[in-house]
Each structure stands twice: as structure tokens, then as C-alpha cells.
Write a protein that binds this ligand. Structure first.
Ligand code: CA
Ligand code: CA
Length: 270
């Protein structure tokens, strides 16, 4: 690996090598490893802030871009600039480790993105965006705890269709979750502690078999609509938990959905 990176990382001289552990705490772009095997893509970030975009260019093909001067290795070999991978038909797994990470995954309309996508961003204030994507299975996003409540995570899932479940877990911190234009089977959203904001169907309809939503401790806000939310099978439940939680847009639930839904722990429902 070259020891000098052009973008963003400033080295102050050879003496600073002695304080390498301190240097690692700076918000550097970091290194990202990519592994392609058997139709699977695995993306592993480091403890620094990793900011990457994954853009589908055709069935099974993706361009992976570092937005902050990230250094990529593909199966252990350094790759300069944008990385292209192909033959990805099964599972995409991302594990970005510590640091304030940002990742966006954009599929192609009416093209299967992958079978499954698992995103783990670890501690820190992370941003995850999944858009225009189709999965023949599960989408799971877990953004870990913030380093403080102010370190909230931001998750958006927009124009996504799944044949499996949708799971979003944002851990402690003041988190923001937006789900818009999404169809999935069962869905689970857990925002844990912190003052969380969840919006569902802000512009386009959202349809699940069931939705289990838990907003955790502290004062949280859930807004549905003006697009419709449809819950078509079994029992769904929204739990505000401790705090003066507010649910707005109850009327954006389809009538059949309301009959399947239990709403608990919200001090204000409108
Ligand atoms: Ca990281
Ligand atoms: Ca709450």
C-alpha cells in the first residue's frame, strides 16, 4: 500500500509515526476491504469514518465509490478509484465498524439488487440510505449506538421491495428513520433509547404484512403519511415506550390495518 494518500489525510512528518494510536482517532476516511465470493459481496470498513456509495449498474454489477478518499482493497489487492464488481446475485454484507460511517446503496428500478442485504455500521453517528432496490429476501440495517445521544443515526429506505423481512435497528442515540415507498413481508423497527423520529410513507405507500415498531425510552415522534400504510396480515404493534411519545397520521393507515394494530405508550395520537 502506498503510504501517502492524496485525499484528505495529512501526515505531519515522520515523527508522528510515534503517535500512531492517537492519529487513528482522527476522522480519517479509512480503508475498506471488499471480498467477492460465490455470488456474495462482503464490505468491511475500519474504525475510521467510512463514506461509501454502492451503485448498481446492471444485474449483479455494482460500482463502489469512496466519497471521502477511502482506500479500497478488492480481495486483498489495492484498487485505485472506483471499484467495479460483478456476479453479485446472493448476499451483500457490509460491516463498517467504528467511526461515523455513511453508506448509500442505490439499485436499478425493476432489477433485482441482490437476494439479501445486511448493513452493520457499528458505534458512531451513522447514515444509511437504501433506494430503488429489490431483494429476493431480507434487508437488515443495524446502526449501533451513538457515542452520545447527540450522535444519532439516520436511516432511509426508499422505493425498496423485498420478498422477505425488513429489519431496522438504530440503537441508542437520537435517531431518524424514514421508510417510504416500501413493500416487505414482516417489518421490525427498533430505535431504542434516545429521542427518535420515525416517518413512514411520507410520499409513497408502504405495505407490510406486519409491522412491529418500538421507539424505546425518551420522547419519540412517529409520523405516518400522507402516503398510506397498509398492514395486511396478522397483528402489528406500535410501542412508544417511556417518554411523551407522539403518533401523527393515524388516518394514513388503511382501515383494515387499524383493526390489526395495537398502539401502546403514545401520549398523543392524531
Ligand atoms: Ca468505520
Ligand atoms: Ca419513547
Amino acid at each position: 500500500m502506498g503510504s501517502v494518500r492524496r485525499g484528505g489525510v495529512r501526515r505531519e512528518g515522520r515523527q508522528t509515526l510515534r503517535v500512531e494510536p492517537l492519529e487513528r482517532r482522527l476522522p480519517m476516511a479509512g480503508d475498506v476491504d471488499l471480498f467477492v465470493s460465490g455470488g456474495n459481496l462482503r464490505i468491511v470498513g475500519d474504525s475510521a469514518a467510512n463514506d461509501i456509495s454502492i451503485v448498481q449498474t446492471a444485474a449483479g454489477k455494482f460500482s463502489i465509490v469512496g466519497n471521502d478518499g477511502e482506500s479500497f482493497r478488492l480481495d486483498g489487492v489495492a484498487v485505485a478509484g472506483t471499484v467495479s464488481v460483478s456476479g453479485i446475485t446472493k448476499t451483500i454484507t457490509m460491516n463498517l465498524g467504528r467511526g461515523n460511517d455513511a453508506v448509500s446503496i442505490a439499485g436499478l428500478a425493476d432489477t433485482v439488487t441482490a437476494s439479501r442485504l445486511f448493513v452493520f455500521t457499528g458505534p458512531g453517528a451513522d447514515r444509511v440510505s437504501v433506494s430503488s432496490a429489490r431483494f429476493n429476501g431480507q434487508l437488515s440495517i443495524s446502526t449501533g449506538n451513538g457515542d452520545s445521544n447527540a450522535d444519532g443515526d439516520t436511516v432511509s429506505v426508499t422505493d425498496v421491495k423485498l420478498t422477505g423481512p425488513l429489519i431496522v435497528e438504530t440503537g441508542a442515540g437520537n435517531d431518524s428513520v424514514a421508510i417510504d415507498g416500501v413493500t416487505a413481508r414482516r417489518a421490525g423497527v427498533n430505535t431504542a433509547q434516545g429521542e427518535d423520529t420515525v416517518t413512514i410513507a411520507a410520499t409513497s405507500p408502504v405495505a407490510f404484512d406486519t409491522l412491529l415498531l418500538s421507539l424505546g425510552a425518551a420522547t419519540d415522534s412517529l409520523t405516518i403519511g400522507p402516503g398510506t400504510l397498509s398492514l395486511s396480515k396478522g397483528r402489528s404493534r406500535f410501542v412508544g415506550g417511556p417518554g411523551d411519545d407522539v403518533l401523527a397520521g393515524r388516518d394514513s393507515l388503511t382501515p383494515g390495518s387499524l383493526a390489526r394494530l395495537a398502539i401502546d405508550g403514545f401520549e398523543g395520537v392524531s
